[in-house]
Design a protein around this ligand. Structure first.
Ligand SMILES: [Zn+2]
Ligand SMILES: [Zn+2]
Ligand SMILES: [Zn+2]
Length: 359
């Protein structure tokens, strides 16, 4: 493993969104980034004044949907009390010279993921996680159908104070938006470009490489081994239908992506068997992160093909996925000013640590 210990100092370009890159700098003497000292996440099971705990349903806006049923819910969906977007019916957008604004219409719902206050994903049963994924599907489909102006429905979760969760009770959020968020737009249009050139989905190619790639890269002058890429080096967890990988270039040191192994553009196409397998891969990947980080706090996003005619030709080129971004440090001025994020652990070493956890 000598080659693993070789310091790396290189800028890695995100193959899907080349304008995003990460500086991987693992050399000895490389100052470890200042660890954020976040308030620890709330692990209590029930909290008297928490509006999301079971028995406090009167403290929230009315139930929009509940699973498996409202009287004995395991998952409950309510309107967000402080929506970032909502329908106010105050007319169209505004344009004045260079000041362009789109009316901030949309919907913002809260999914109470579990009746237990502090339950983390890896502490929930796979059956429960499967039901939660089904709840995401149902709400996303309903919100698209309810308003043809909606361009994207984003499902995400902020878990722990370090990830910006303002309510400690475990929850996800779904926002129906009047625009396609830039992150999704860049992925969809860049992968379409790749498909036009190569007739291949770039995400499928990444999965193939993660599963089969093997190479030794030598220094031309000295003949020294610069890097050895081995089979499955970026794979953290593999199920029957899903794979969790540590991207070769990712902005967050412990970032993980979970993708369906077979090409699929839209999360809403997920069926029962696939949901069960995804629940298993998700639970196990989160358990690994939690063990390595000593309590993972993270942001979690779902990226799926947007509706709308502009993306009607992206079915073969876009591949839906989950992104899990653990928050382990505060971005520095260099990172915010340059957009170049720094990783002091190599993605290969991070994947190896995650795989080494026995579950
Ligand atoms: Zn609670
Ligand atoms: Zn694909
Ligand atoms: Zn993505």
């Amino acid at each position: 493993m000598d080659d693993q210990a070789e310091p790396i100092r290189e800028i890695r370009v995100n193959p899907i969104v080349p304008s995003e890159s990460v500086l991987v700098a693992t050399g000895r003497g490389m100052r470890p980034r200042r660890a954020e000292e976040p308030a620890p996440r709330d692990t209590r099971k029930h909290v008297d004044r928490c509006p999301f705990c079971r028995g406090h349903e009167h403290m929230t806006p009315p139930t929009i949907a509940a699973f498996p049923n409202e009287a004995d819910w395991s998952i409950r969906i309510v309107e967000n009390l402080y929506p970032v977007l909502r329908d106010e019916g105050n007319g169209g957008g505004l344009a004045f010279g260079l000041q362009q604004a789109i009316e901030g219409y949309g919907r913002h719902e809260v999914i109470i993921d579990h009746p237990e206050h502090g339950a983390a994903f890896h502490e929930m049963s796979e059956q429960h996680l499967g039901m939660l994924l089904g709840a995401y599907q149902e709400r996303i489909a309903r919100l698209y159908d309810a308003d043809p102006r909606i361009q994207y429905v984003l499902a995400f979760k902020n878990f722990g104070p370090a990830a910006g969760a303002s309510i400690p009770h475990t929850h996800s959020q779904i926002i129906a938006m009047p625009v396609v968020p830039e992150n999704v737009y860049n992925e969809v249009t860049n992968s379409r470009e790749h498909y036009r050139k190569h007739r291949q989905c770039i995400f499928c190619t990444l999965i193939d490489e993660a599963l089969t790639f093997e190479a030794t890269i030598y220094d031309r002058d000295s003949g020294r081994i610069r890097r050895r890429i081995s089979v499955g080096q970026y794979v953290v967890e593999r199920g029957e239908q899903f794979i969790a990988i540590k991207p070769f270039a990712s902005r967050f040191e412990w970032e993980l992506h979970i993708l369906p192994l077979a090409h699929q553009s839209d999360f809403l196409m997920l069926d029962d068997a696939a949901r069960a397998d995804l629940a298993r891969v998700l639970r196990r990947a989160m358990a690994r992160l939690d063990a390595v980080l000593g309590g993972a706090q993270y942001n979690f996003f779902l990226h799926s093909l947007p509706r709308g005619s502009e993306f009607a030709d992206c079915d073969a080129s876009f591949h839906w996925h989950l992104e899990i971004c653990p928050r382990t440090s505060i971005p520095t001025g260099f990172e915010l000013g340059s957009g170049l994020f720094v990783s002091t652990i190599s993605p290969e070493a991070a994947a190896e640590r995650l795989r080494s956890i026995s579950l």
